[in-house]
Design a protein around this ligand. Structure first.
Ligand code: GAP
Length: 459
């Protein structure tokens, strides 16, 4: 599906799906995301995050960490390294099996992953774009190689991790013993992963360097189904809680041909955007595959002894594995709206309806005029004080309507305007992003008012 075709696609609520170009353009223009090494022509599938992008990423990571690690007594966190011993990737099966099969059209030279080709094109060996003949499939390993050591001949070839979760299996025994965790318990991590994707694209959706979040939850085999169901539902509800368009989220069970040989079942949590229904997070039944393989390849016993029953077994694992980058992209696709001119706003506006907790800037402080020193001094003083509590931005460039629109476009939930009345009675105007409603508050009431609204609604 091309992005041009997608522009006309409607969701079930008849809300137009946002074309990807709009998000790419907003991200570059306002400092969320830039192409990496752009002055050298860029590298396909690699991006950098700008001043607003890094704030949004940090908020996304922080919310996941809070809800997965800090509020679950039976879950702890780690931060493993990107580089590990190369044997890890033999044990995990990545060296042998982490491959994509690719075909190239002999006519238009476009490349396609075999597993993503429509059935009829595969059967007729026909290019889905120009109808030309497809070449023979070629196999590519997705692991990125690197070398440890400096002396030629003594250098050890290893890999940048192809999935972040492997560190959790490697550290499982240390974590279990040092934290005195009893099964069932989980280990979480957020970290970079690298894949030599043969068809990177769709902006942040499929990159070569990206960030994953994983929960690996260790259970007794007899309780696998219970915990699999539990985490599948919890993760689905989590995603539902962070988007506006709930009808664009679904749980899709994997078909028998998609399942790993050890998996009884797997689900994808999918989001519907201009890219169609696409995976956001995977819920995987990993059984004892990972710990058994690492036991076998390392020669270390990774079994667990139950303190009460003295039963010894290799724990089974429920995995929930998602992406910071896909969350970043989906939140923008979900929050972006172009509003036509209305009574309240004569020019129309672009607004990012992000949850205030994710918004990169929580409040903007605006003096009504920048050539009135008292207004500027008061506004700067409020801004400095608010900065101790949250991300605040001071802006005195252009007329007030323009400044409101600039903040709407980056998702800032509140604007505080300092005007002539402020100098008389110490009150300011607080303007809210979504409804564009305005109220008047005492300056001293601002911290409590804003904090209550920009912190996560934990209920
Ligand atoms: N440990 C399991 C695992 O890695 P995966 O489905 O390959 O499973 C998990 O990846 C998540 O990582 C995906 O749901 C997606 O959010 C993210 N992800 C995977 N490949 C990606 C890529 N090339 N670019 C951006 N995010 C990616």
């Amino acid at each position: 599906m091309t992005q041009t075709e997608d522009k006309t696609t409607l969701s079930t609520e008849d809300t137009p799906l946002v074309p990807m170009e709009k998000i790419v353009s907003l991200c570059k223009r306002r400092g969320f995301v830039y192409p990496n090494s752009e002055i050298y022509g860029g590298v396909s599938g690699i991006y950098d995050f700008g001043p607003l992008g890094v704030e949004l990423r940090n908020n996304i990571r922080r919310y996941w960490w809070w809800s997965m690690v800090q509020t679950n007594d039976n879950v702890v966190g780690i931060e493993g390294n990107i580089i590990t011993h190369p044997r890890v990737w033999e044990a995990s099966g990545h060296v042998e099996n982490f491959v994509d099969r690719l075909v190239e059209c002999k006519n238009c030279k476009r490349r396609f992953r075999v597993d993503q080709l429509p059935k009829e094109n595969l059967e007729q060996n026909k290019c889905p774009v120009c109808g030309g003949e497809l070449g023979e499939p070629r196999v590519f390993n997705l692991m990125m190689e690197t070398y440890i050591g400096v002396v030629e001949g003594e250098r050890m070839k290893t890999y940048l991790r192809g999935e972040a979760c492997q560190n959790i299996y490697l550290d499982y025994d240390n974590v279990q013993k040092s934290s005195r965790m009893q099964i069932p318990f989980g280990i979480c991590q957020i970290g970079k992963a690298f894949r030599n994707e043969v068809t990177p694209g769709n902006f942040l959706f499929r990159q070569r360097e990206f960030e994953q979040w994983d929960l690996q939850f260790f259970v007794h085999p007899s309780e696998m189904q219970k915990w699999f169901d539990y985490w599948r539902e919890r993760r689905f509800e989590w995603y539902k809680g962070i988007i506006n368009h709930k009808d664009r989220l679904r749980l899709r069970p994997h078909g028998p041909d998609e399942l790993a040989h050890y998996a009884k079942q797997a689900f994808d949590i999918e989001y519907r955007s201009v890219l169609g229904w696409q995976e956001w997070e995977g819920i995987h039944w990993r059984q004892d595959w990972d710990l058994s393989r690492h036991s076998q390849f390392s020669g270390q016993d990774l079994s667990y002894t139950d303190q009460e029953t003295k039963e010894r077994y290799i724990p089974w694992i429920v995995e929930t594995s998602g992406g910071v980058d896909r969350t970043f992209l989906n939140l923008l696709l979900d929050a972006y709206e172009e509003e036509p001119p209305s009574g309240k706003d004569k020019e129309g506006r672009t607004v990012l309806r992000l949850h205030p907790w994710f918004a990169p800037v929580k409040v903007a402080v605006l003096p009504l005029q920048k050539n009135k020193e008292e207004l500027v001094t008061t506004a700067r003083d409020i801004h400095k004080r608010l900065q101790r509590l949250m991300v605040s931005q001071y802006d005195d460039v252009a007329n007030i309507g323009r400044r409101y629109r600039r903040q709407d476009e980056i998702g800032t939930p509140f604007c505080v305007t300092v005007d002539f009345q402020t100098l008389e009675d110490q009150t300011v105007t607080v303007r809210e992003r979504d409804g564009m409603t305005q109220i008047r508050l005492q300056i001293k009431e601002l911290p409590a008012y804003l904090l209550e609204r920009v912190m996560w609604n934990y209920s």
